[in-house]
Design a binder for this molecule. Structure first.
Ligand code: GRF
Length: 206
């Protein structure tokens, strides 16, 4: 049973999709806590309903960056966290946390990285940029997290066709449906210790 901390900033539909698979026994894990940079994100309601403790931890609560990182590390240690899942978390994870959890922090991005990723590419902006570029294929990327936005080793990618009459909203909705399949699949493989990383390549064991 892997002990997971989920980080969220908003709605929490990806968190809900992973929670469901854990509750049904498909993923051998326990979500120990849900952490947010917001005080009352909708995702906290999902956590509370499942009796999972929630914590608001924002950089601005601390004077110094190292105090913020130390607080997060202590919180994660308190819960014995082994894997961090970023499910719509909009902030950068501080580097001491990244170093403490090498290839043990996962993120989902609603496009095919390395395109349409990095600072400023979040939420609707990603899909607007995809449509403005004229690409015919977009998708979903699940990746391990390093110290930068959206650059860590890629675990899994799934494609989504861009349709001629797509708006950012219709495209986001179709991509989100694929996210809800892809993220639990990647989290499950990680919890079953079926992922290893060599240089930047993530190898799957079936
Ligand atoms: C998702 O589109 C995810 O790819 C991105 O942020 C969004 C979060 O949605 N990182 P939700 O909070 O999981 O519903």
């Amino acid at each position: 049973m892997k002990r997971i901390a989920v980080f969220v900033s908003g709605r929490g539909s990806n968190f809900a999709s992973i929670l469901k698979k854990i509750q049904s026994g498909d993923i051998p894990a326990q979500i120990c806590c849900v952490i947010s940079d917001h005080t009352h994100p909708p995702a906290f309601d999902i956590a509370r309903e499942a009796h999972i403790p929630t914590h608001w931890v924002g950089r601005k609560q601390f004077k110094e960056p190292h105090e913020y990182a130390d607080f997060l590390l202590a919180l994660l240690a308190q819960y014995g966290v082994e894997l961090i899942v970023l499910a719509g978390y909009m902030k950068l994870i501080p580097s001491p946390v990244v170093h403490k959890y090498p290839n043990a922090i996962m993120n989902i991005h609603p496009a095919l990285l390395p395109n349409f990723g990095g600072k400023g590419y979040y939420g609707k902006k990603v899909h607007e940029a995809v449509l403005a570029s004229g690409v015919k294929i977009t998708g979903v990327t699940v990746h391990f997290v390093d110290e930068h936005y959206d650059t860590g080793p890629i675990i899994l990618q799934e494609r989504v066709d861009v349709l001629p009459d797509d708006t950012p909203e219709t495209l986001a909705a179709r991509v989100l449906q694929v996210e809800h399949q892809a993220f639990p699949k990647a989290v499950r493989a990680c919890c079953e210790n079926r992922l290893s990383v060599h240089n930047r390549e993530v190898i799957w064991q079936e």
